[in-house]
Design a binder for this molecule. Structure first.
Ligand code: C2E
Ligand code: MG
Ligand code: MG
Ligand code: MG
Length: 286
């Protein structure tokens, strides 16, 4: 009887597992061809400085226009790309394209590029970035590298050395998704980041949870003491922005300012913002 049940379970799960493995294998095959077929593109999402109401720069976010599946979210393919090492060539394409695009933006707008842990394992990361800057003509000071704590979790000596080499070039370094990891706080001690990006889960807690404000205020205060810019991610409503401003964050990024837009729409977005800046103070008239 037990044997029968066991066989039943086996039969039930096997095709499902099989389908999952096959989907993964297909994703891998498609991803291997996507670069050559030019299916990746970059969208850009601006950041707003709350003191000046000026846009300071944009984050580059990869998009995959799959021939059959349409737009595939990075959340669906970046983890697999990291696992199988494909993030190294994909990340190189992102870096070169982002520098090329940003070189055409009005100074001093910066571009922020997400760099994943697997890319830090490659010996060529610094060389590749130097080459991307040189080829594009983008000044190093207008490039920001965003890392998550996953980068610092791995063997730290060489990673820190890489971060310092980037810093010596004049590239800025941001801590992404701050507060979601196990020891975000101790990482702030290990490297002098230029910018802390407060994870958007804290921003959504701001209005909905009683202690939401205390956490944002504490991170903003920490950033201020350490001389780091603090950006609140995922700001969607005017109320969130006003409260974030009151708690002392210096910058915001989120749908309220703009969704990520294709590179070719950015000039229009910047022009619109110059003509009519997003007011970050309640009642302010641009
Ligand atoms: P991230 O670096 O934390 O990027 C911010 C994510 O939040 C983006 O999702 C952005 O579209 C989304 N977002 C921005 N504002 C709002 C908002 O107001 N509300 C909500 N609900 N979401 C908002 P996206 O583009 O889907 O990217 C997801 C993640 O994929 C990124 O998180 C990053 O970890 C990774 N990623 C994206 N592009 C790249 C890349 O070129 N290289 C690497 N290594 N990772 C990338
Ligand atoms: Mg990021
Ligand atoms: Mg983030
Ligand atoms: Mg993230």
């Amino acid at each position: 009887r037990a044997k029968l049940d066991g066989r039943g379970l086996f039969r039930f799960f096997e095709p499902e597992m099989d389908a999952r493995m096959q989907a993964r294998r297909q994703l891998e095959l498609d991803m291997r061809q996507a670069l050559a077929r030019r299916e990746f593109q970059l969208h850009y999402q601006p950041q707003l400085n709350l003191e000046t109401d000026q846009l300071t720069g944009c984050e580059a976010l990869i998009r995959w226009r799959h021939p059959e599946r349409g737009m595939v979210s990075p959340a669906e393919f970046i983890p697999l790309a990291e696992e199988i090492g494909l993030i190294v060539p994909i990340g190189e394409w992102v870096m070169r394209q982002a520098c090329r695009d940003a070189a055409g933006w009005p100074a001093p707008l910066t571009v922020a590029v997400n760099v994943s842990p697997a890319q830090f394992k490659s010996d060529r990361l610094v060389e590749m970035i130097v080459s991307a800057l040189a080829t594009s003509g983008l000044p190093a000071a207008r490039l920001e590298v965003e890392i998550t704590e996953g980068v610092l979790l791995q063997e730290s000596g060489r990673t820190l050395q890489t971060l310092h080499r980037l810093r010596d070039l004049g590239v800025r370094v941001s801590m992404d998704d701050f507060g979601t990891g196990y020891s975000s706080l101790s990482y702030l001690r290990s490297f002098p980041f230029d910018k802390i990006k407060i994870d958007r889960s804290f921003v959504s807690d701001l209005v909905s949870k009683p202690d939401g404000e205390a956490i944002i205020r504490a991170i903003a205060g920490l950033g201020k003491s350490l001389g780091m810019t603090t950006v609140a991610e995922g700001v969607e409503t005017a109320e969130q922005m006003h409260r974030i401003r009151a708690e002392g964050c210096t910058d915001v990024q989120g749908y309220l300012i703009s969704r990520p837009v294709p590179a070719e729409d950015l000039a229009a977005l910047l022009a619109r913002h110059r003509a009519r800046p997003t007011p970050s103070r309640p009642g302010a008239r641009p």
